[in-house]
Design a protein around this ligand. Structure first.
Ligand code: SD4
Length: 317
């Protein structure tokens, strides 16, 4: 397996893995490694689904979700529906380290971030604007289950009942071709575990929507007595099952990481056979694994691993 230290993260976000590994190896803490690894993806706008300029909501705005968890202290910091601030993982860490709280959301989270010295910037880019315009003009999908009158400012509505009913059993806010939250687990030489996520969430969501990524136990979970886990995919479905928590709890009772991830995925699949998503996990002996459901183009889930066996991060799938 390659032992410790170990960095693993979702998808083929190699620069994030390398950044986290280098941070750890130059004396940074597990939290530093986790934060810088995820921040790397935020500034690269990994796959358009991490950081600014992606997944515009129904009004065209990009909002961000992120969390960080310290498996030594079981402290968590998270932000949901963060606006105007690019460094979501940095703000999540500030919530953890500079407040008594766990999760801050929306406009108030942005004000908190500004007060903590994070720069306020427009998260919209030409690309996200273009995505938004195309959606409005061509492929406007209802987000509502019933024919409720949506916000009149949303030019996508009013929704037609037939379209809504059709949508009802197949609510799919995630564009499965651009869907790649970074979820990362960092374990140092002595088995201290951190886990976290960063994402711009679901495309064309109802403003205010927060996904699984900033929810402890859903987007990620860490416990230095066991290991860590992180998830990616259709957060609206996945967050109901706390898959990261479940994977860690299974590893606690001796389940190997791959089986733990598979079981967490299976649990969701029992209720939502067509959901799209994946879970990665790792334990404090350096074991790791992943499992997924319905990831297009992949028969198994691609994720990056960096440990003492590899001089470069290696993609596993
Ligand atoms: C969310 N889980 O907001 C995130 C999106 C994602 O792969 O991971 N997509 O639902």
């Amino acid at each position: 397996w390659g032992g410790l230290p170990l960095v693993i993260n979702t998808w083929s976000f190699k620069d994030a893995t390398t950044t986290a590994w280098k941070t750890l190896n130059s004396g940074g803490s597990i939290l530093d490694a986790l934060e810088r690894g995820c921040a790397q993806c935020q500034s690269e706008q990994c796959d358009g689904s991490v950081g600014y300029g992606g997944s515009p909501d129904e009004k065209g705005e990009t909002t961000l979700d992120a969390m960080i968890m310290n498996g030594d202290t079981m402290e968590v910091g998270a932000v949901g529906d963060l606006r105007r601030i690019k460094d979501a993982i940095g703000v999540a860490r500030a919530v953890m380290e500079r407040t008594k709280h766990t999760l801050l959301v929306g406009e108030s989270a942005s004000i908190f971030a500004e007060n903590m010295g994070f720069a306020a910037e427009d998260l919209t880019t030409n690309k996200s604007l273009d995505m938004f315009t195309k959606w409005l003009n061509g492929n406007c999908q209802p987000n509502y289950r019933q024919n409720v009158s949506p916000d009149p400012l949303t030019s996508c509505g009013p929704y037609k009942p037939s379209a809504v009913l059709q949508q009802r059993r197949s609510v799919q806010h995630i564009d499965i071709h651009a869907h790649d939250t970074i979820g990362m687990i960092v374990i140092n030489q002595t088995g201290n575990v951190a886990a976290g996520t960063s994402t711009n969430g679901a495309k064309h969501k109802v403003p205010g929507r927060v996904g699984d990524s900033p929810i402890a136990g859903a987007g990620a979970y860490a416990d230095s007595a066991v290991g860590g886990a992180a998830a990616t995919g259709d957060g609206d479905v996945m967050m109901r099952f706390l898959p990261s928590y479940l994977a860690v709890e299974l590893m606690r009772t001796g389940t190997d990481p791959t089986t733990a991830c598979q079981t967490a995925i299976k649990r969701i699949k029992q209720h939502f056979p067509h959901f799209f998503g994946a879970v990665i996990c790792a334990n404090t002996t350096g074991g790791y694994g992943a499992a997924c459901n319905k990831v297009p183009g992949f028969s198994s889930f691609p994720f990056m691993v960096y440990n003492l066996q590899s001089t470069d991060p290696v993609q596993r799938a």
